[in-house]
Ligand binder design. Structure first.
Ligand code: ADP
Ligand code: MG
Length: 242
């Protein structure tokens, strides 16, 4: 049973043909790493799955629900897609706890007590239970990104999309964020990650998708694909990042 399915998805920005017939099937519990050069369409692909971008042809379903561009709020809620970005995007004027409680309160209509319980449980999951009352600026980049993960998890997403979430971090902070993702993967969370972390893709990921010029150029089991790339383009890419 597929959790996320893309069928012949085409996306244009004006005349620019950015996604050129993407077929992709992701099953519950899979950890899919999307790799490829800058400009190959990775972020656009995630944004289409999350309903943040329109696409012009083809179809996308998440958990059997079609992703259309109408009625965004209702659709997002129904689809349960969480997304985390490179730059955390926490609200600076709110505490960590308030950041996490916001969507459960407003979107899911949870009571304050319920939302707080969820927020504390999610902070525990990312190892930051003592930061409930802190403001984001008091936290390191790695801690802020872990709060962003907790905030996404508070909405009980079926799939978590991560767009280069360790790319803005100092190297010594990358590991703590990857460790949280690894734990989520172990718990069975479906993850779709645009990442440059090849070790993570190989060791934790189940599948790797290599994008090139708006197409899925090569895809397969993460260990096989990265150790035995078939196309010259993927060989070159692996040579450049390792
Ligand atoms: P990646 O994440 O792989 O670096 P993107 O999905 O961000 O690639 O971009 C794919 C292509 O689409 C690039 O040529 C980029 O310049 C273009 N693009 C991305 N976002 C927009 C936008 N909002 N408007 C116009 N062009 C865009
Ligand atoms: Mg990108």
């Amino acid at each position: 049973m597929s959790l996320v399915n893309l069928h012949q998805v085409h996306k244009y920005y004006g005349d620019l043909h950015v996604l050129k017939g993407i077929d992709l099937d992701i099953k519950a519990g899979e950890v899919v790493s999307i790799i490829g050069k800058s400009g190959s369409g990775k972020s656009t692909l995630l944004r289409c799955i999350n309903g943040l971008e329109e696409y012009q042809q083809g179809g996308i379903t998440v958990d059997g629900n079609e992703v259309t561009t109408e009625d965004i709020q209702v659709r997002r809620l129904a689809l349960s897609v969480g997304m985390i970005f490179q730059n955390f995007n926490l609200f600076p004027h709110m505490t960590v706890g308030e950041n996490i409680m916001l969507a459960p309160t407003i979107v899911l209509k949870k009571s304050k007590a319920e939302a707080e319980e969820i927020a504390r449980a999610m902070l525990l999951k990312v190892g930051l239970e003592e930061k409930f009352d802190s403001y984001p600026e008091k936290l390191s980049g790695g801690q802020q990104q872990r709060v962003a993960i907790a905030r996404a998890l508070a909405m009980s997403p079926k799939v978590l999309l991560c767009d280069e979430i360790t790319s803005a971090l100092d190297p010594e902070l990358v590991g703590e964020v990857l460790k949280v993702l690894e734990q989520l993967a172990k718990e069975g969370m479906t993850l779709v990650l645009v990442t440059h972390e090849m070790n993570f893709a190989r060791d934790v990921g189940s599948k790797v998708v290599f994008m090139h010029q708006g197409k899925v150029w090569e895809e397969g089991d993460s260990k096989t694909l990265l150790s035995d790339p078939q196309t010259d383009e993927l060989k070159q890419f692996i040579g450049a990042v390792l």
